[in-house]
Design a binder for this molecule. Structure first.
Ligand code: ADP
Ligand code: MG
Length: 706
């Protein structure tokens, strides 16, 4: 077998027909070498082995026809638009193709030529195809790559015809596919019933049957996912092997009294998560665990359990939350729960006075404080722990990978627990957090009533307000959430963009300040109404939250600062202004602020969606309460990149596969990868050597840092 695969790196400009101009166009498509062509996968395929006869064309469908050009004509409309039209026949009927503003086509098509057209068939007074894809059939094409078979269609660029790309692919396959090496060990090919890499590459471009095409695709995607999972498996193993963790004693008086002091019975999911944490924290390897659970599933108490464990063992614990409001709430909640047990808790957030912060930092350094609750302030350089045993990151998806890493560095191989209320579909969890162990809380605490969700149009706003008043009459409270503070779109990261949006928006519709002022002097004049947004001074925020919690406020008008974590069980109405402006996951999070107590709760979505997508989102929220399902839907609508700002969350780029559709392949790949690393942890066996090289090349040292 040829070992030398440097031929694969042959630059495309050595290919026939690739001059400087086309070379540049190819380079824009990411094609530089023979290998790049081989892995430039077709977008779709056309079955030209079995073309549709013109008489059998069906309006509304995308179909391919082949026939002879019988007329060509151009005309210019009054508007200046240029039309070019050809009529084509295959002996069974006629079809007319029209293109706009492509005058050069008149030099391309000639009467008597054979052509292939692909597009959506329309039937007006005659059969038509508008702006079809087209290809001239050369006389020598019988038995060629362009016709009479399943033909690949590539994502092209202007100036690169399908025929041309297909020709390149054909040359690459014929001359270079033989240099492809097989990275996957034979036993995996056999076990997973995968075709070899050469067969796969040949058939992904020029499949002999659709069945072979499927085999080829499955093989290529498997390898992509497998390499990724292998990297994750190595990373996970590296973290486990290299670090000596703090083996905690998980039984003791403190943890017993904690359990006894809980005001409710734990759900099965919570018990299971606590058992997972006990197991991890008693091990001499550091815990690295993700706790996933829908909004309101009770993750905080699970974190508290871990924190108490570490305190019992003479270490300090820290919990980091993404907003001050949430950090304060945790501080209050944990104080109530843990102070009676003699545990010292301290708050550390940016909004505190300099003096207070210094004091807190000093107490953390001296070890006087057992548990620190804070925002990203806790990862500042000035903050040093005496002995950190457990770091908890709440609402992990709001933080970047680096912040988690810095927090971890504050201790010596501390245990790590990250929590997220954005239920990550399993599909994504496997790719993004593949190096973490995962505990999932599936159920909500007993006795919760499902939240009733209603989509209300602007015209019925007053009815919605009446409903809020009714609930207040029963002693309940309400949130009214607005997309912005004062008409500007909230996004602290892009101040410049804000300015533009401000300049463009002439209304204060949907602004918290505007609505607060209107309601205060109008509809809710006789009620206690408060406002909360991120730009208020810290002390004011604190006061408002406290007042809301203590029922001194009936209606809280707020921005999305209350999106994460806020827990006021007596609040039963969540009214969302301009709901169409929020994303799916965000709407679900907001809704999760109610339905936390024994009372029936409601979510009112005020929305006049202008696009189909927006209407779909609102409908999806109305239809389901299951956060996992919503996340899956969100992922479908937005795609993985946007769902989780790709870079920030370290989601690797996936080129070939689709992590939603090809989930079954991902699972197999994961299974095999983790199995392999278990058996050959250093990939030192000969048949794993190429995989090891591939990892080294692709992940350049990223595997062993964690
Ligand atoms: P999340 O998972 O969204 O962070 P929280 O930890 O804020 O949820 O818990 C939501 C609410 O449920 C809190 O008021 C908490 O005290 C309460 N809670 C947690 N666990 C239980 C339980 N097992 N039974 C009843 N209430 C619970
Ligand atoms: Mg929470």
């Amino acid at each position: 077998m040829m070992r030398d695969n440097s031929a694969l790196k042959t630059p495309v400009r050595y290919f026939k027909g690739v001059g400087p101009k086309r070379g540049e166009l190819l380079s824009k498509l990411g094609i530089e070498t023979a290998e790049d062509i081989l892995y430039y996968l077709p977008l779709r395929y056309e079955d030209r082995s079995n073309l549709t006869a013109i008489k059998d064309l069906r309006a509304g469908e995308h179909q391919t026809v082949e026939g002879e050009v019988i007329t060509c004509s151009s005309r210019i409309a009054k508007s200046g638009m240029r039309f070019f039209q050809v009529a084509v026949t295959d002996g069974t009927g006629f079809v007319h193709a029209t293109w706009f503003n492509q005058p050069y086509l008149k030099d391309y098509f000639k009467k008597g030529q054979r052509v292939i057209l692909y597009g959506k068939i329309e039937l007006h007074d005659k059969l038509q195809i508008t702006q079809p894809e087209y290809e001239i059939v050369e006389s020598e094409d019988t038995d060629s790559i362009h016709i009479g078979r399943i033909v690949p269609i590539y994502s092209a660029a202007d100036g690169l015809a399908q025929r041309y790309l297909r020709g390149l692919a054909d040359t690459a396959v014929a001359k270079y596919s033989k240099f492809l090496v097989e990275r996957l060990p034979t036993y995996i090919l056999a076990r997973e019933k995968l075709v070899d890499s050469r067969f796969a590459v040949r058939n992904i471009h020029f499949p002999t049957t659709f069945e072979n095409l499927e085999k080829a695709y499955r093989r290529i995607v498997f390898e992509e996912f497998f390499v990724l999972q292998l990297a994750l498996a190595m990373k996970k193993r590296g973290a486990k092997r290299d670090e000596k963790g703090l083996g905690h004693n998980v039984s003791g008086e403190l943890i017993d009294s904690f359990r006894k002091s809980l005001p409710f019975e734990l759900t099965d999911g919570q018990k299971k998560a606590m058992a997972d944490i006990s197991r991890d924290m008693s091990s001499t390897k550091p815990m690295n665990r993700l706790l996933e659970g829908d909004v309101g599933s009770g993750k905080t108490v699970v974190a508290a359990y871990g924190l108490v464990l570490t305190v019992q063992n003479g270490f300090q614990g820290v919990i980091m939350a993404p907003t001050e409001v949430l950090a304060r709430q945790h501080f209050i909640g944990l104080s109530e729960l843990l102070m009676p047990l003699g545990i010292n808790i301290s708050l550390l957030i940016g909004g505190m006075k300099q003096e207070q912060k210094r004091e807190a930092a000093e107490e953390i350094r001296s070890g006087k404080v057992d548990i620190v609750v804070g925002t990203h302030s806790v990862i500042q350089e000035s903050v040093q722990f005496k002995k950190m045993g457990l770091a908890v990151v709440d609402e992990q998806h709001k933080f970047g990978v680096t912040q988690r890493a810095i927090l971890k560095e504050k201790g010596y191989n501390p245990h790590i627990l990250v929590m997220t209320a954005t239920p990550i579909p399993r599909t994504l969890a496997l790719t993004v957090y593949g190096d973490l162990d995962v505990s999932i809380i599936r159920e909500l605490p007993k006795g919760r009533k499902p939240i009733q969700t209603y989509w209300v149009e602007e015209a019925r706003r007053d009815e919605a307000y009446d409903f809020v008043k009714e609930e207040i009459g029963k002693g309940r409270q309400a949130y009214i959430v607005c997309p912005s503070i004062d008409g500007q779109i909230q996004n602290p990261k892009s101040k410049i963009q804000n300015k533009f949006q401000f300049a463009n928006s002439n209304s204060k519709a949907g602004s918290a300040e505007g609505i607060f002022n209107d309601l205060k002097s109008g509809v809710f004049a006789d009620y206690k109404i408060g406002m909360l947004h991120g730009r208020m001074p810290s002390s004011e925020k604190e006061k408002v939250m406290k007042d809301f919690k203590n029922r001194k406020i009936d209606v809280l008008v707020s921005t999305v600062v209350i999106e994460v974590g806020i827990d006021v069980p007596n609040a039963t109405v969540m009214m969302i202004e301009n709901a169409e402006r929020f994303g799916l996951a965000q709407l679900h999070q907001l809704r999760g602020r109610v339905g936390r107590g024994e009372h029936e709760s409601f979510c009112i979505l005020l929305a006049n969606p202008k696009t189909e997508g927006a209407a779909k989102r609102i409908g999806a929220i109305e239809d389901t309460l299951d956060g996992f399902q919503i996340a899956e839907e969100d992922l479908n609508i937005r795609g993985p990149g946007e769902f989780f700002g790709t870079r920030q969350h370290g989601l690797p780029e996936i080129k070939f596969g689709n992590i939603l559709k090809d989930f079954a392949i991902m699972e197999r790949a994961r299974h095999e990868a983790f199995d392999l690393v278990r058996r050959d942890p250093d990939l030192s066996e000969e048949h794993h050597r190429l995989l090891k090289e591939t990892l080294a090349e692709r992940f350049k040292g990223k595997i062993c840092e964690s």
